[in-house]
Each structure stands twice: as C-alpha cells, then as structure tokens.
Design a protein around this ligand. Structure first.
Ligand SMILES: [Zn+2]
Length: 279
C-alpha cells in the first residue's frame, strides 16, 4: 500500500462524505470498513462480526456499521450479521483486500522485557486479562470519530509492522501507532471518553484506556505519568498523561492503540487528515 493510493482513497471519501462521522474506510487486515445498512429504523440495529458486537453510527439518517478487521484476517469475503428492532435480520458481505506489512528488527537492552523471568509470568497473565476486559468495554453511547492527534511529534513506528525482538525468530505484530516525542510531552484525549483503566503494566508501562462508546476504545502506553483515574470523564483535548519510556521501549514515545469490536486497527485511519508525510 503506497501513500499515493492511501491519499486517493482518503480524498475520495471526503469528497463523498463531507462531515461524516466515520473513519477512513480501508478494508484490509488491520483496517476498517464502513458499511451502509440499507434498512431504516428509529432505533440502532445490533451488528456483529465474528460474533463480536460492532459499532453502529447514524450519518444522514442512515445507519452505518464501523467494523474493525483483525490483522490476522484472511483476504476474501467476510460478513456482518445485523438484527433490526423489528426482529428481522440481514447479512452484509464485504471484501477484505491483501496488505503487505514491513518487517523490522528491534533491539531491547532490558532482556527481561523480551524473555520475562518465571517470576514475571503471574503478573503478565493477570495484566493480559485486565487488557482483554478493557477491550470488551461496551457502552451504548454513540461513538464519535472526529479525532484530534493525541500528541505532537513525528510518527516513529507504523501500525502492523512485523517486529523481531533481539534476533529471536518469533514475529510480533505492532498493533499500535508510535509517536516519538520527548519525555513529559502532554498526551490528550483525541475525543470525549471515559477512563476505563489506568495501570502500570509489565510490557506497556504506565497505560490508560479510554472508552468512546459502542466498543470504540483507545489506549496510551509507556507514559512517564498518568494524570487521570478510572471512571473519570474526559473531553476532547483534556490531558491524560505525559510521554515516557516505561515498559518495553527503545526510547521515549507514545504507543497509541485504537480498538473497534475488540480488534486493534490502524490508528492513522482516524487522524488521516492530520498526518504529515515525511520522506
Ligand atoms: Zn508502539
């Protein structure tokens, strides 16, 4: 996927859908697909993809499903199932295209953060379930997709990168977008949301999860400090913490993750109009 093709898709979408409350539709593994649901109803229908509930928004009095596609998805035909308030159901098909992601070697000086000690495993296991529960958060309030950037600074690692740590054979996918910024740089909520988790994790360091409604969740990792508490309501632009290098890192940066239907998707699709392409 070249930047040129990406720009054309994005501009096409803006031209078609000015002020629409949806991210850029890019139906690839790790991308997002926006599906117009043809039928009318006053109440939102309930949509699922791979048995996980999907965000549904209203644009121009039409319901639209905003579906996150897992990095592990196979190219080909996929579908969502929709249940309407009148008890009828519909199936909508969509095509997932292939996308090649780059591979990069990373060296982490703290070897324990790559191959944890036995005594770290209980903590890591517990933290996995805290993260899974945060991703499962569902509130009925309608999601807003008109994001601002969470931090100033250049992009350092793109979403989807296949990373090999310390020359080990195993590949780990990069499920967020990294911004390089000096320690202490403010991080703000890109949209209104509620803090669901604020915790110090073994790999992610100090981390905050925000719930934006309808299964739309964002997270912020490696912070030097956390300025919010679980349950706290934030408005777009409110500071939630500061850039740091806690957890498994090579230097200070923000690791930003966006989840839809419990699936991490490319965060750049939500701020495509605010990204400057660097050579
Ligand atoms: Zn990252």
């Amino acid at each position: 996927m070249t930047m040129i093709r990406f720009s054309i898709i994005f501009l096409g979408l803006v031209a078609l859908n000015a002020n629409a409350n949806t991210p850029v539709s890019l139906p690839v593994p790790g991308g997002v697909v926006v599906i117009a649901l043809a039928k009318k109803s006053d109440q939102p229908p309930r949509a699922t993809y791979n048995k996980k509930r999907v965000s549904v928004v209203c644009n121009d009095s039409t319901w639209q499903a905003v579906v996150g596609i897992p990095l592990s998805a196979k190219p080909g035909r996929h579908n969502i199932k929709v249940s309407w308030p009148d008890k009828t159901t519909s199936t909508y098909n969509f095509q997932v295209e292939n996308k090649e992601y780059e591979t990069r070697h990373i060296t982490i000086k703290n070897k324990r953060k790559v191959t944890p000690l036995q005594e770290d495993m209980a903590r890591i296991k517990k933290e996995r379930s805290i993260k899974a529960n945060a991703r499962k958060t569902w509130t009925d309030s309608a999601a807003r997709f008109d994001f601002i950037r969470p931090v100033e600074g250049p992009l350092s690692s793109p979403f989807g990168l296949q990373r090999i740590y310390n020359n080990q054979e195993r590949i780990r996918r990069h499920t967020g977008l990294d911004f390089a910024a000096p320690e202490g740089t403010p991080i703000v909520a890109p949209a209104d949301g509620v803090v669901v988790v604020a915790h110090d994790f073994f790999f992610s360091g100090n981390m905050v999860y925000l719930d934006h409604g309808n299964g739309f969740i964002t997270s912020y990792a490696h912070l030097s400090r956390i300025d919010v508490k679980p349950g706290q309501k934030l408005q777009q632009g409110d500071q939630l913490g500061a850039v740091g290098m806690t957890g498994r890192v090579t230097g200070p940066h923000l690791h930003w993750t966006v989840f839809l239907n419990q699936t991490s998707v490319d965060p750049s699709l939500f701020i495509a109009d605010q990204l400057v392409t660097r050579p």
